[in-house]
Design a protein. Structure first.
Ligand code: KG4
Ligand code: ZN
Length: 369
């Protein structure tokens, strides 16, 4: 069982694992997006109140949907950090109580480790493509979420070396802030992706855009920067890009057409930098697997453009992306990472984990080790 309450989703999942195969029996997520949207971001104490209200019904539903009784649960896993302390406290306290009452082993999981292991969850697309549910090492993981942008080198399971990271805003944070500048709503990632998607506008929308584009006959040259794309390291910086979008809005009419242009150009700028640095990491570390993880991995353009680039430059490298259901915050990914931790534990470590309900503490700044 996985429990996740690090930010604004209350999530509980039951998974069944055998060998390398992790199957999701239930994956219940209660999202607080509507509550936080009016504030333009997550309010920690409001999040904690919502987690407290929702976690037991979510837990009950996850067990029911999986057709599992408490006696059928073998291992309880919970996000220990990083995240918002008021929010983490709710999930960890519920997990500790369950472990005590049900007499089960308990593991605290790093949220990003969960995002990474979401790549090993079985799903229809992976079954269809006959994809192996394992990592070949060394592996490079591009972690892109609301709080993190990192390139992580894995030489074996559960072993992480951060070889590049953002010096300021995370990629998801930049999406959220730019969406706010453009008045596109919260969370910004899906809103920007939708605004930037001009593949299939319906007829009415197309006519409206054509009318508006007639008002701006020449496409404005936006010239958004690709920060640090040529720097001699694997780090990122997105706060200047966000400011460049803000300045660009000063010179443009706030029409839907212009907002879509900006959204598209901003999304492309982010993708260009993320892809370029991932290719740079591939050149240095010669990985056998390259994967995406974190909420921004739901971005279709990023998924497809990274795939195309890897096919061209590193055709022998396996490319892994999580099923979009497991890209953004969920508890199945926490259970998946917990299962891999359990698989790699000694008998003594496993025995000890039955007493973890006594000592587990949430940690807002937990480091990926
Ligand atoms: O991993 P996640 O669900 O939560 C954190 O751990 O932070 O990531 C949330 C972030 C938000 O910033 C959200 O705007 C972004 O992921 N996101 C996206 C998309 N879906 C979610 N960004 C770009 N394109 C998307 N389709
Ligand atoms: Zn996350």
């Amino acid at each position: 069982m996985g429990i996740e309450t690090s930010c604004d989703e209350t999530a509980v999942s039951v998974t069944e694992a055998r060998g390398d195969n992790i199957k999701v029996l239930s994956n219940i997520i209660s999202s607080q997006i509507k509550i936080h949207a009016q504030w333009g971001g997550v309010v920690p104490n409001l999040a904690a109140r919502e987690h407290l209200k929702n976690i037991i019904p979510v837990l009950e539903l996850a067990l029911k949907k999986a057709g599992i009784k408490p006696s059928g649960v073998d291992l309880i896993t919970v996000t220990q950090g990083p995240g918002l302390i008021p929010a983490l406290l709710i999930g960890t306290n519920v997990a500790k109580t369950l472990a005590y009452v049900w007499k089960k082993p308990l593991l605290g999981i790093h949220h990003i480790e969960g995002h990474i292991y979401a790549n090993l969850i079985q799903c229809e697309a992976k079954l269809r493509k006959n994809q192996k549910l394992s990592f070949e090492f060394p592996a490079i993981c591009l972690v892109v979420s609301g709080g993190h942008t990192q390139l992580v080198l894995m030489k074996k399971h559960l072993d992480y070396e951060i070889v590049g990271e953002t010096l300021d805003d995370a990629a998801g944070e930049a999406f959220d802030k730019v969406a706010r500048i453009l008045g596109l709503g919260y969370p910004g990632g899906p809103a920007i992706a939708a605004a930037a998607d001009d593949r299939r506008p319906n007829a009415e929308r197309r006519r409206k855009l054509q009318r508006e584009s007639a008002l701006s006959p020449r496409e404005p040259a936006l010239g958004l920067p690709r920060p640090m794309i040529n720097s001699n390291n694997l780090n990122f910086s997105f706060s200047g890009l966000k400011t460049a979008v803000l300045y660009a809005t000063y010179n443009l009419q706030p029409t839907t057409y212009n907002k879509r242009l900006l959204a598209k150009e901003f999304q492309q700028a982010i993708a260009d930098v993320l892809i370029s640095k991932t290719l740079k990491a591939a050149k240095i570390y010669h990985p056998k697997t390259i994967m995406l993880a974190g909420g921004v991995s739901a971005n279709i353009e990023l998924r497809n453009q990274l795939r195309n680039n890897l096919r061209r430059h590193y055709p022998d490298t396996t490319y892994k992306i999580p099923d979009t259901r497991y890209s953004t915050d969920n508890a199945a990914m926490i259970a998946a990472a917990g299962y891999w931790r359990w698989k790699n534990m000694t008998a003594i470590q496993r025995k000890k984990s039955f007493s973890n309900w006594k000592i587990l503490q949430p940690d807002a700044n937990l480091k990926l080790k």
